[in-house]
Design a protein around this ligand. Structure first.
Ligand SMILES: [Zn+2]
Length: 118
């Protein structure tokens, strides 16, 4: 997913597939692969870089995506907030910034200035 479209979808709670927003915003759900969900399952706060999906797109994604067919969780959230960014962390090398690894960092993390969103 293009990073600007991802950011817009997260900020406005738009469907990551069709870009729409249903009249009933509470019907939006987040689809997580089984392994992603099992890293920190409910009742812990769920942190994901995946924007929500509307019910029709979510149903289609679950049927079409091999990743979801191996196991998934659909979540509805009563409260959401933007927590940070995911991207490639850079460090300062002798000739300038050098990419290191993919990371997720919170908005309060000072490394955020060195992350190129992806
Ligand atoms: Zn949709």
């Amino acid at each position: 997913m293009h990073f600007l479209r991802q950011r817009r979808a997260m900020r406005k709670r738009l469907c990551q597939i069709c870009g729409g927003k249903p009249a009933d915003a509470e019907s939006m759900r987040w689809l997580l692969g089984r392994r992603e969900y099992e890293e920190n399952p409910w009742p812990a706060a769920v942190v994901t870089s995946h924007p929500p999906v509307c019910p029709p797109c979510g149903d289609r994604a679950v049927r079409a995506c091999p990743h979801f067919r191996r196991g998934h969780v659909a979540l509805r959230a009563t409260k959401t907030s933007l927590a940070g960014v995911r991207g490639v962390l850079h460090v300062l090398g002798p000739a300038g910034p050098v990419s290191t690894e993919a990371v997720s960092v919170g908005y309060d993390d000072p490394r955020i200035r060195w992350v190129r969103a992806a």
